[in-house]
Design a protein around this ligand. Structure first.
Ligand SMILES: *Cc1c(COP(=O)(O)O)cnc(C)c1O
Length: 381
């Protein structure tokens, strides 16, 4: 194992704990919340994010994101809120992309003003629009690429360069791409955040979050993190380490299925639009080619009879309706009644989130079974 190892080698081996007593093949689990304070190098405690299993997983995630260090949290939102508060104080300003995860948007709009922190949102992915919002007190620019549910991309290197030349931090939510398909640190981004509940966990049975970056930045986040207490239990840490070992295989298959499905859906007479960065028709396809190693397992599409979108979902036999995403099972969601239900209809339509738009999290099932399920559900409309 070295820094130049392939992603699957890192996913399996990076950070693994050695068992010198029994020589086990996998990391032993240390569930202890109490460790010696005398004659030890490190004072260990779960909320210090430094139990043996936590340290091992921090190393694995850092390795996967080509970062110096990383921290794992109890949810994606625990990671996001802790990171934001670690770098913001009264009088500061931050810039956020508007098309971000709903929970992040909610945190920004309900919490930051309470602490005397100001912010601006930027609609779309135009770099000049981000530049125009930079003020003397701006601390960072925060983006999400690919975005949900239209899979729009933002030029990650251009954002990183803009931040460097203005001496502000750059942050990205890299959940949708996963470290398998996109490594923002190699493009110059300072901090990479994940909802590990999604592709890292990958089986829809773990809630976790992570951030990766330089040793100095992670230290600053750690100072806030031990106060907020969003550390992940060692049992879940161990399970997440186990899950990440197959992330490369899972995401590769999901991306492969998604590309073939996007092409299949595009040809279907009942489907009016397919949003997938792998398609030449996608507005950010060239950006995808330059900054992603594959196009990912998330796509969305619009059905012609949009008033029958819920009927379509109910007709599906294999693909499940589900709020979350990125599991090995295929799931589908209707943003207009689920993730974006609280957004006023006019605003939602202005963002391109139509009543018939469906977000599809592609699993590892056989491609032919997935298309057969979609085709029979459309035929019944
Ligand atoms: C799910 C998600 C989050 C929040 O993660 P939780 O684990 O649910 O707290 C943040 N960003 C993106 C892109 C997500 O999909």
């Amino acid at each position: 194992m070295s820094d130049s190892s392939h992603i699957n080698t890192k996913a399996v081996h990076a950070g693994e704990l050695k068992d010198h007593t029994f020589k086990s093949a996998v990391s032993p689990l240390y569930p202890s919340t109490s460790y010696a304070w005398d004659q030890v190098d490190i004072k260990r405690y779960p909320r210090y994010f430094n139990t043996p299993n936590q340290e091992a997983l921090n190393k694995k995630i850092a390795s996967l994101e080509m970062a110096e260090d990383a921290l794992i949290f109890t949810s994606g939102m625990a990671a996001i809120s802790t990171v934001l508060m670690a770098f913001l104080a009264k009088g500061d300003h931050a810039i956020f992309q508007r098309e971000i995860y709903g929970g992040t948007y909610h945190f920004i709009t309900t919490q930051l003003n309470r602490y005397g922190i100001s912010y601006d949102f930027v609609e779309g992915n135009n770099i000049e629009d981000f530049q125009a919002k930079i003020q003397n007190n701006t601390k960072f620019i925060y983006i999400e690429s690919p975005s949900n549910p239209l899979m729009r991309l933002t030029d990650i290197k251009a954002i990183a360069d803009l931040c460097k030349s203005n001496q502000v931090l750059s942050m990205i939510d890299n959940t949708f791409a996963s470290p398998v398909n996109q490594n923002p640190i190699s493009l110059g981004i300072d901090l990479v955040i994940h909802s590990a509940t999604k592709y890292m966990g990958g089986h829809s049975d773990i809630s976790a979050g992570a951030v990766a970056g330089s040793t100095a930045h992670i230290k600053q986040i750690w100072d806030a993190a031990i106060c907020y207490g969003g550390n992940l239990s060692d049992h879940t840490v161990w399970l997440l380490e186990r899950s990440i070992k197959t992330m490369g295989l899972r995401v590769k298959e999901q991306s492969y299925n998604a590309m073939r499905l996007a092409l299949h859906l595009k040809k279907h007479s009942e489907i009016t639009a397919v949003h997938y960065p792998g398609l030449g028709s996608h507005p950010d396809h060239n950006l995808a080619l330059s900054q992603m190693s594959d196009f990912g397992g998330m796509l969305s599409f619009e059905i012609r009879q949009e008033e029958k979108a819920l009927d379509f979902i109910r007709n599906l036999k294999l693909i499940k309706p589900s709020l979350s995403l990125a599991g090995i099972e295929s799931t589908i969601l209707l943003p207009s009644v689920a993730s974006h239900a609280l957004m006023p209809r006019e605003e939602r339509l202005a963002q391109g989130i139509t009543d018939g738009l469906l977000r599809f999290s592609v699993g590892i099932e056989d491609f032919n079974d997935l298309t057969a399920d979609i085709d029979q559900a459309l035929l019944q409309l």
